[in-house]
Design a protein around this ligand. Structure first.
Ligand code: 5RP
Length: 225
């Protein structure tokens, strides 16, 4: 399992040129496309849905599409995203009536399942479902907007979740999202993250390849390579 997946968040892309923007970050070395879905209900912003995911697939995007649902309710939109070509679907426990049932639903649709913890959500929410997950996504900002500052307590939370994943011994990815930049990714990787979402740090940079390669070098340095 790769210990450095870079997943640019298209929340910070130029939506008028979304296909080109996604092609450009993938050509620049990104691994996944991070796809933020906001409903102006669970979070105070409104973004994109399954039609845009399907449009990216029709455009020719082959990379994994990592869908982060910030919506309530969760379950009724899951099959739509699976049909639209999502690879992973992550959701917030606060937004689901039955967390374990939603995980089963996502997997039954042929997608990998992730659970997202907000900055104030305790890690104990993972206690009875961790073994059923493919990914844990820790929010290092409050969900809803790109361009916010990284919340430092996320580092300790990463360490605690990393310990739980290692103890379980299953290949569950540990993803971090919010305020991730080339300048702080080394300590984030050292705390245990292996999958890095970055929106503004990549899409607002003049050279996508340069920032992605600097991020990879910093992660490698955290691993002592
Ligand atoms: O889920 C998100 C916000 O809810 C975004 O993915 C996240 O904030 C990334 O943006 P940035 O890297 O600019 O902080």
């Amino acid at each position: 399992m790769s210990d450095c997946i870079i997943a640019p968040s298209i929340l910070s892309a130029d939506f008028a040129r979304l296909g080109e923007e996604v092609d450009a970050v993938l050509a620049a070395g990104a691994d996944w496309v991070h796809f933020d879905v906001m409903d102006n209900h669970y979070v105070p912003n409104l973004t994109i849905g399954p039609m845009v995911c399907e449009a990216l697939r029709k455009h020719g995007v082959k990379a994994p599409i990592d869908v982060h649902l910030m919506v309530r309710p969760v379950d009724r939109i899951v099959p739509d995203f699976a049909r639209a070509g999502a690879s992973l679907i992550s959701f917030h426990p606060e937004a689901s009536e039955h967390v374990h049932r939603t995980i089963q639903l996502i997997r039954s649709q042929g997608c990998q399942a992730g659970l997202v913890l907000n900055p104030a959500t305790p890690v104990e929410v993972l206690d009875w479902v961790l073994a059923d997950l493919d990914l844990v996504l820790l929010m290092s900002v409050n969900p809803g907007f790109g361009g916010q500052d990284f919340i430092p307590s996320a580092l300790e939370k990463l360490r605690r979740v990393r310990e739980r994943i290692d103890r379980l011994g299953k290949p569950i990815r540990l993803e971090i999202d919010g305020g991730v930049k080339a300048e702080n990714i080394r300590e984030i990787a050292a705390a245990g993250a292996d999958t890095f979402v970055a929106g503004s740090a990549i899409f607002k940079a003049p050279d996508y390849a340069d920032v992605i390669s600097r991020m990879r070098s910093e992660v490698a340095a955290a691993r002592g390579r």
